[in-house]
Design a protein around this ligand. Structure first.
Ligand SMILES: [Zn+2]
Length: 469
């Protein structure tokens, strides 16, 4: 009898303890919350959250307000009155061509002129004036410094792929690279063709890479008839320099442990997208639902859950970067003005394009760029994350998001994604109609426990030997 009573009491204590510790509703991310954030961030009202536009600022302000509501503290700029803001405001000088730049050459005194948006599109400019002798590159032949280098699709655009080819050529300092447009780049061509291209800001990127000009099929055929060494001029009238602004949102959940709180982890995403432009489909708003409203929502919802439960021992930062789509300007500023020395930042998970499942991997799973480079991915997977290696290594995604700038600065930083190379990438129809909310909810939920574990453990992620970028 006593024994039974004892057991009953023990059982009652156990059950009440269990009931007490049962996670409150706030520890589960519900689809309705995700839909609500997405419906705002990817709405037409936000006009595609164009980098450095007032719509990017509105998105930033929304994110800041949400973080504030969740109990996250501001960790952006210090205002004139000494108060902290959630926002980091970044001044950006910007120059655009005043009119469409042109490519010109003369054969037997006959001048041929091609205009950006028609026969050619300028993908990236490193100067307002790029001119030099034509070099029709064959195979791995050396590139002449200062030349206007015409690639051929068979030798240079198959196999290794465009990014790698460009990196190889860039090292040999040509004036510009002339690239035959591949059929699969037509949509990309169409969206570039509608805007006046920007002139470079003086960034590390602009100094290390040549101007890149895409050529239509007819332009390529015509240029192939032109003699090697013919002077090719490519230039346009530069507009005046204007100062624009872009915004990061930075919040912090201070760690509860005196020692471990000195170590910080970061969850990040980018809040901007491509804004508005004319497009063939007639829809002009690039909503960027998957890219990267989905990642922003993952960070917001993880912030809400982390702030609602018992406080993590480590300090957690939440950063939503502006102007990622314009060369990662927000994250570059963040790295130069971090809220805590980067040495204390032991890991960053950037969330990019998790709104749709990737058919290349199992359902309700995410992949991690550079999975094989550090012990972070495998360790998160051990703690329940449905996280696998990036199934598209040829796309170099590890280098293609904000995580890379952080990784170059010593932070073990990777991007979490489930981007399956869908057709709507960087198109106006990357909108909410294509989002798989059930996938998104399960994907974000699957990250809660692993992130909570990381925020409460003393495990320090590290690059594997020879894998540090
Ligand atoms: Zn993106």
């Amino acid at each position: 009898m006593q024994r039974i009573l004892f057991t009953t009491v023990l059982l009652a204590v156990f059950i009440s303890a269990f009931v007490y510790f049962e996670p409150p509703d706030s520890s589960i991310i519900q689809e309705k919350n995700i839909r609500a954030h997405m419906a705002f961030l990817a709405s037409d009202a936000l006009q595609g959250r164009g980098s450095g536009t007032v719509y990017e600022l509105i998105a930033a302000q929304y994110i800041a307000s949400q973080l504030q509501q969740f109990g996250i503290e501001p960790a952006g700029d210090t205002e004139a009155d000494g108060k902290k803001s959630f926002l980091q405001t970044i001044a950006l000088p910007k120059r655009t061509f005043a009119e469409a730049p042109r490519l010109r050459f003369s054969v037997n005194n006959q001048i041929t002129e091609w205009v950006h948006g028609k026969e050619i599109v300028l993908m990236q400019a490193t100067a307002a004036d790029n001119s030099g002798p034509l070099q029709k590159l064959v195979g791995n032949g050396p590139v002449k410094a200062g030349a206007m280098v015409l690639l051929n699709a068979a030798d240079h655009l198959s196999g290794k792929g465009f990014d790698e080819t460009l990196a190889w050529i860039a090292g040999q300092k040509p004036a510009a690279v002339l690239v035959p447009v591949l059929p699969e780049w037509q949509k990309f061509w169409a969206s570039l063709a509608t805007r006046l291209p920007q002139l470079p800001l003086d960034t590390e990127h602009s100094r290390s890479s040549p101007s890149v000009i895409f050529l239509s099929d007819t332009a390529v055929k015509q240029l192939q008839q032109v003699a090697e060494g013919t002077r090719i001029q490519f230039n346009g009238k530069a507009g005046t320099t204007e100062i624009e602004h872009t915004w990061n949102v930075v919040g912090v959940l201070p760690g509860s442990d005196p020692q471990l709180s000195q170590e910080t982890i970061m969850l990040s995403a980018h809040l901007d997208h491509l804004g508005v432009a004319r497009s063939a489909s007639g829809d002009s708003i690039f909503n960027g639902a998957d890219d990267d409203a989905s990642g922003v929502v993952a960070v917001l919802e993880l912030a809400r859950v982390l702030a609602a439960g018992s406080k993590p021992q480590r300090t957690v930062y939440f950063a939503l970067f502006g102007s990622e789509e314009r060369g990662g300007q927000g994250s570059q500023h963040f790295i130069k003005n971090p809220p805590v020395p980067l040495k204390q930042m032991i890991a960053d998970l950037q969330f990019e394009m998790i709104g749709r499942p990737d058919p290349k991997i199992a359902a309700n799973t995410l992949w991690l760029t550079g999975f094989e480079r550090s012990n972070l991915g495998p360790e998160l997977a051990k703690h329940g994350a449905r996280l696998v290696a990036d199934p598209h290594p040829e796309e170099n995604f590890f280098q293609r998001s904000d995580n890379y700038a952080l990784a170059k600065n010593g932070v073990v930083a990777h991007t979490v994604s489930s981007y399956g190379l869908h057709e709507e990438y960087h198109q106006p129809n990357d909108d909410i109609a294509y989002i798989d909310f059930s996938h998104m909810a399960q994907a974000i939920n699957s990250m809660i426990q692993p992130v909570q574990w990381l925020a409460n453990s003393n495990f320090t992620p590290a690059w594997l030997a020879g894998q540090k970028p």
